[in-house]
Design a protein around this ligand. Sequence first.
Ligand code: PMT
Length: 403
Amino acid sequence: MSDQKKKPCVVLGVTGGIAVYKACELLRLLQKQGIDVYVVMTKHACQFVAPLTFETLSGHPVAVDTFDRPATWEVEHIALAKRADLFLIAPATANIMGKMACGIADDMLSTTVMATKAPVMLAPAMNTGMWENPATQQNVQTLMNRGVHFVMPATGHLACGDSGAGKLEDVAVIAERAVEVLSRKRDMEGLRVMVTAGPTREALDPVRYISNRSSGKMGYAIARAAQLRGAQVTLLSGPVSLTAPQGVTMVPFATTQDLLERATEHVDEQDIIIQAAAPADYRAKEIAAQKIKKQNGEGMVIHLVENPDVAAALGRNKRPEQTFVGFAAETNDVLEHAQVKLKKKNLDMIVANDVTAPGAGFDVNTNIVTLITEEKMMSLPLLLKDEVADHILSAILELRAQK
Ligand code: PMT
């Protein structure tokens, strides 16, 4: 926070949707936590609740128009942007997310949020169709990759009469997450962290390959969270369609053999290695030089050979002060299989996920995992991958403190 003697400050951005009235209650909840709240509203938000309501509740003028003349000589949107210890937009419409993702600053709120150096958190609320629209989902992903925190919308009955995802999350939950981010320590400063993420591609011929469903979301979330907590992060990434998190050193890989080589080059300088990638266990014995032709109705046999086990290879040279964490993607006997991998790969912790459980595993924004060490096991509920990432990092720090 910017000043230990002053109250922490949340700048609350309010955008136009029926959930605007809930932002009044959110403001109150934040104040009860000892937080000073300044409000910025869009003109559309003012159609739902008058600025006077927020002004009276917050005890501060509400900023709406970039060209309003403030009582002081400060440039208002810059002053607000600097004042924030956290910039929270709730409710956040599809429109504000689209503007933020594209760098558009055309009103008080979008200019202020662009100017801030404080952490930014969005609590979206909109119609289900708008929420599920690929453009919205892509904007969410872009913003997440830039380190924007999200309190995802809940599912329920919406004001427009539809039922589905898009309802503003309970304001108590939003306030709790805001306080969490405000009090987040830079507790990984001075640590070097290597994260692996995404799938591999093992070529069969010049046009085909064997791969898997890993999107890289879990590994990217860990890299982002570690970077936000002050670590120096190297992210080894397979072929994914995610934007590189800001401030992270990116190292691409394509095959399992590639991953082994890149990881071996970087492992020595790391304090913590977290392997969320899904490397292929097998590759083609021979890669055809030309596109393999159809066999006139005959079946085709592809001879596969085993790939190196990257985690096991790195684990063999682990130094005592290093912490190695792996993932286990399982479909049955999850905990038993994970425990075997913990030992076999000489890991300090394994994160077991049942990739068949709804909301867990490949290519979703959430996961359900159990953190397993030699001494203990901690099962987490369904959480955003960003939240899972923070739990994993906290558990790693706890483990290192006990060493
Ligand atoms: O990328 P997402 O879409 O977000 O999905 C996340 C995830 C499901 C991919 C992730 O949470 C996960 O479980 N990653 C591990 C996938 C995997 O390869 O699991 P495994 O049980 O086969 O491997 C165990 C560990 O050994 C992993 O840390 C893996 O990186 C590593 N491994 C596996 C095979 C191999 N040849 N070399 C390895 O190093």
